[in-house]
Design a protein around this ligand. Structure first.
Ligand SMILES: [Cu+2]
Length: 146
């Protein structure tokens, strides 16, 4: 009698655990596959040259990139033909204070930052450069994964 009663309790517990697992799976399915993160890139101009550091970053759709001016005067300009096809208008919409097509403002002050959200943009490779230092090879890329 006691043994059967224990068995019934165990059975109920098992049912509750199953319900719990099912609920958790539904919640996970409703969340984005990936937690949004901010990736920082430095813009540097010193005796070693002008450069983005790191020059090659990989993020996911939904992530944010923040460029911080460390030294010198720089900006962020995306190449219209070196971003995923059909992305130009939406990327332009993500860029604040643009000076022209896909052309971010020039920053000369140390610690000035420029932020672009890649939420809603297509996965792919987004190549960009610094307008004042393009001829000096100041170029980089953001690889956006789904
Ligand atoms: Cu530059």
């Amino acid at each position: 009698m006691t043994h059967r009663w224990n068995g019934a309790v165990f059975g109920m517990t098992g049912a509750i655990l199953l319900l719990g697992a099912g609920t958790r799976a539904v919640v996970m399915g409703a969340r984005p596959a990936h937690r949004t993160q901010t990736v920082n890139v430095q813009m540097i101009g010193d005796e070693k040259g002008n450069r983005f550091v790191p020059a090659n970053i990989t993020i996911h759709v939904g992530d944010v990139v923040t460029w911080t001016n460390i030294s010198g005067a720089h900006n962020v300009v995306f190449w219209a033909d070196s971003i995923p096809a059909g992305t130009q208008t939406s990327l332009q919409g993500k860029m604040s204070a643009t000076m022209g097509p896909l052309t971010g403002p020039l920053f000369a002050a140390p610690n000035a930052t420029y932020t672009v959200s890649f939420a809603g943009l297509k996965p792919g490779t987004y190549k960009y450069y610094c307008l004042p230092h393009l001829a000096l090879g100041m170029r980089a890329q953001v690889v956006v994964q789904p």
